[in-house]
Every structure is written in C-alpha cells, then in structure tokens.
Design a protein. Structure first.
Length: 302
C-alpha cells in the first residue's frame, strides 16, 4: 500500500518519512459524558509519530514545519544510529530549522552487548504476543530506570503536561521504525487520556500499514545480526504490529501496578498533578465528524 493510500487522518503524507501520523482524534471514554454532550478526543496536531527521519526530503521538511512541530524526541541510542550508518542504511541524525531535536535514548549503549541483543531479539521474534509483551516491559523499565539520565518517557510526558495558557508545542516522537519504543510511550499517552485499550491497540497496529514501504530495508538490517541471520520469518515477525502485543502490554502493566496512572506515578514519570495537566492539555471536545473513524480503518489491517 502506497503512502498516498493510507487513511488520512491519522496518516499524513510526508515525503521521505514513512509511518508519519497524528495520534490525536481518538475518542476518550464516554462514561462521564452527559447525554447530548459533544464527544471528547485526544487533541489533534500536537503529538505525531513516525519512523526515523533521515530520508525526509526538502518538501517533507516543509510539511513538518507547516505542522508546527517544534520538538523532535529521538528515542534511539548513539550506537544504534552509528550502526545504521555503518551498515549502509544512512540512518543519520536529521535536523531542520524550527525544530529542536532532543536525544532521549531508551536503551543506553551498554545495552548493546551481543547477549543483550540476542535476548531482546528472541523476545521480539517469538511467534506469540508474549514475546512482545516481555520486550515492551523491558522498554518501559529501561526508559524509567534511574540509571538512564536522559529520562526519555518522563521528558516527553512532562512536555505534554506543561502548565500554560496554551497547549504544549507540537512534537514528533520516533525511534528507528517508529513501532516499539515509540509504541510504548504513545500507548501510555493515549491511556492516560482515557482512550480504551482496544483503540490504543488499534492505533499501534496501524504501523503495519504505515511501515510497509520500509519492510524490506528493516528486515535486511535485522538479519545482519547473528541472532537472526538465518531467520527471515523471525525478522518479519519483529516488524509486525499485532494488536495483541499492545493489549497484552497494557494488561500486564495493570496487573503489575494496578492502573496506567499508578504505573506512571510509581515509576516517577509524572506526578498526579502532571497527569491532570496532561489531560487538560490533550483532551478536547469536538463535533462527531472530527472523531477518527478507527473502526473503519481497522478493516484495512491484515
């Protein structure tokens, strides 16, 4: 499926930047709405996600500037960026006027030992969702670890919880594929806003559509690792975005902490007041036609 055929919203065509989409427009739980009240959704035009932007064209940059994106949160590690360039994929750092790139790696360089990679890849390449759930738990732990001075998830959440008379500035969140590390933090953001697990998991699964143009490149990159060199099917599973992976992750998170809110508070990612402010900044009332028709989009998924 070409980029131009992707459902919009949430996808926005940006030349050279696959899997770019707005995470706004999704409905917030209607349990507290009065009869006849307008639906509430996550604010559009504020939080965007994508794969890494090294190949974005000049026209693509102009599109990003036009969207008002002022902060770009890069969740990749320095070693990962270096390896992406060394192996010929050209995954260099990309910056442009009007936007500030923030280096906020989830995994620190010491996490790239062969043993660590083998374990992580084994989780991701599992035939069952449990492997992704384990891998996503590792992502959350690494992002929240006191030893990670970059505090990637806290940095992003605090930006979105900025106390001001106007909403926070628009931001782009990405890793390499824009699927796993990006998927976990986006899952937290949407869940904190009160988006149902089924809708959060649907939004996550859209990467199966958005990343299709880069599948061959990413599979080739993964198979450069000895852990996957003779396992093309495992590499293919690694770049999939099945709803069960996110649903299982959210279930495990609640089993561990009791709720998404308590998880965020207990891990020191945001205070109770910060959660209230984030919701105030991100949740808005709209007319019915402005709600993303996610049930229709679900029919497009494999």
């Amino acid at each position: 499926m070409a980029e131009t055929e992707l459902p919009s919203p949430p996808f926005i065509p940006v030349p050279g930047l696959p899997n770019f989409r707005d995470v706004g427009g999704y409905p917030v739980s209607a349990s507290d709405l009065e009869s006849g009240a307008k639906p509430k959704v996550v604010r559009r035009g504020l939080v965007f996600r994508s794969s890494e932007p090294s190949k974005v064209t000049d026209d693509g940059v102009s599109k990003l500037q036009g969207l008002g994106i002022e902060r770009v949160f890069d969740l990749r590690s320095a070693v990962e960026i270096e390896h992406g360039q060394r192996d010929g994929y050209g995954w260099k750092v990309k910056e442009w006027d009007g936007a500030s790139r923030e280096f906020v790696p989830v995994f620190l360089d010491q996490d790239y030992s062969p043993e660590s990679l083998a374990l992580r890849y084994r989780n991701y390449s599992s035939e069952h969702a449990e492997g992704f759930v384990a891998a996503y738990s590792d992502i959350l732990a690494a992002a929240a670890s006191p030893s990670n001075s970059f505090a990637p998830f806290r940095t992003i959440l605090e930006h979105l919880a900025t106390s001001s008379s106007s909403p926070p500035t628009a931001c782009l969140i990405h890793c390499t594929a824009g699927k796993d590390r990006t998927g976990v933090i986006i899952g937290l953001i949407l869940s904190l806003c009160g988006v149902s697990d089924d809708v959060v998991a649907h939004e996550y699964s859209l990467t199966d559509l958005g990343l299709k143009s880069r599948h061959a490149e990413l599979i080739s990159h993964l198979m450069n690792n000895p852990s996957l060199s003779s396992q093309p099917e495992a590499a293919k599973r690694m770049i999939s975005s099945q709803k069960q992976a996110m649903l299982g992750t959210l279930t495990k998170l609640r089993e561990t902490y009791g709720s998404v809110e308590k998880c965020v508070i207990d891990l020191g990612l945001l205070s109770p007041e910060g959660i209230r402010q984030l919701r105030s900044n991100l949740i808005v009332e709209v007319d019915e036609e402005e709600v993303v028709p996610w049930q229709h989009h679900a029919k497009l998924l494999p």
